[in-house]
Ligand binder design. Structure first.
Ligand code: ADP
Ligand SMILES: N[C@@H](CCOP(=O)(O)O)C(=O)O
Length: 293
């Protein structure tokens, strides 16, 4: 049994806790029942002994498997991780979604993507990572009475993501404590209107307006002050022709959307200017969670 889930870039500027999209950078897990429990990790986290024991995937998998089957069974898990942890690319959401889906598959119980998404909400209260992780594409999402309500837009292949990944982990939960407890009416309306315009731009595929629409007054500045080079990353991305350039989730990754034909040029300018950071060109993902028997 193989299950894979994509990385996600959330907020997309003003859409704090509501907008997010998936990129083609995946965590994949293979698992089967075994006499003895074992965890084998390749890629991100392979040198992190803590993940062998206190593993978020395993604890969520076991919780759901036991709930579904009322029995205990050992499994051998092999993880192939491409999503860097605590870098604002939704690694925790990918793990949560993967664990819930894997537990249902292991229990032989069919479950809809929508139901997996609502289960995932229990572990991550903001839907802007888990929704594109499950559904793929660009998503606008909100939560009402413990359920996610969302709309998805398929992303075309003539636009790409360029992500700049600093070697600085930022825990999402910690990053959320840095935010103001309240916002002025002016700033609330600013973000509301820019989020609305961003959503309309994505659905109309009007990419040229995203630089203006993706401005934010809620979270980016407070978080980017933690790693001031990110202001220069954003400036370089725009000077090189990026369509939009925003903090990916809670950071530290910076996400830019570019036209396909500009991707290599923009990525190389960012690599030259920030040699200490990893720069990747990624396709957008429109599949989300994939279950391969
Ligand atoms: N592949 C993985 N396997 C197990 N746990 C993971 C994995 N990826 C992320 N995690 C868990 O999620 C935490 C990172 O979550 P978070 O701070 O929200 O960062 P991100 O911005 O990547 O979502 C890690 O400290 C770890 O506990
Ligand atoms: N809306 C959240 C998004 C967190 O994304 P992540 O990829 O950093 O987990 C926030 O900004 O706190």
């Amino acid at each position: 049994m193989t299950i894979s889930v994509p990385a996600t870039s959330a907020n997309l500027g003003p859409g704090f806790d509501s907008l997010g999209l998936a990129v083609d950078l995946r965590n994949l897990v293979e698992f089967h029942p075994s006499k003895f429990f074992s965890v084998n990790i390749k890629g991100e986290g392979e040198n992190n002994p803590k993940l062998k024991g206190n593993n978020l995937f395993v604890s969520i998998f076991n919780e759901h498997y036991n709930r579904l089957t009322k029995k205990r069974q050992s499994f051998k898990f092999t993880f192939y991780n491409q999503i860097p942890m605590s870098r604002g690319l939704g690694s925790s959401s990918a793990v949560i979604v993967s664990a819930i889906s894997s537990a249902h598959e292991a229990a032989g119980i069919k479950v809809s993507k929508r139901r997996i998404l609502n289960h995932a909400l229990v572990y991550e209260s903001h839907p802007d990572n888990i929704t594109p992780a499950v559904m793929g594409g660009f998503n606008a999402a909100t939560v009402e009475k413990g359920k996610v309500f969302s709309q998805k837009k398929h992303l075309p292949n003539y636009i790409k993501a360029v992500v700049v990944i600093p070697n600085k982990p930022i825990s999402t939960s910690k990053a959320r404590t840095l935010l103001p407890k309240s916002y002025s009416k002016e700033n609330a309306v600013y973000n509301l209107s820019h989020t609305a315009l961003s959503v309309a731009a994505f659905f109309n595929e009007d990419w040229e307006i995203l630089k203006l629409a993706s401005q934010d007054r809620f979270h980016q500045k407070a978080r980017m002050k933690n790693l001031p080079e990110l202001f220069s990353v954003q400036k370089t991305a725009y000077e090189s022709g990026a369509l939009m350039s925003t903090l990916s989730g809670s950071g530290s990754t910076f996400f830019s959307m570019v036209y396909d034909e500009d991707a290599v040029m923009i990525a190389s300018k960012l690599s030259q200017k920030f040699p200490e950071f990893i720069v990747k060109i990624l396709d957008f993902d429109n599949d989300g969670l994939i279950i391969e028997k």
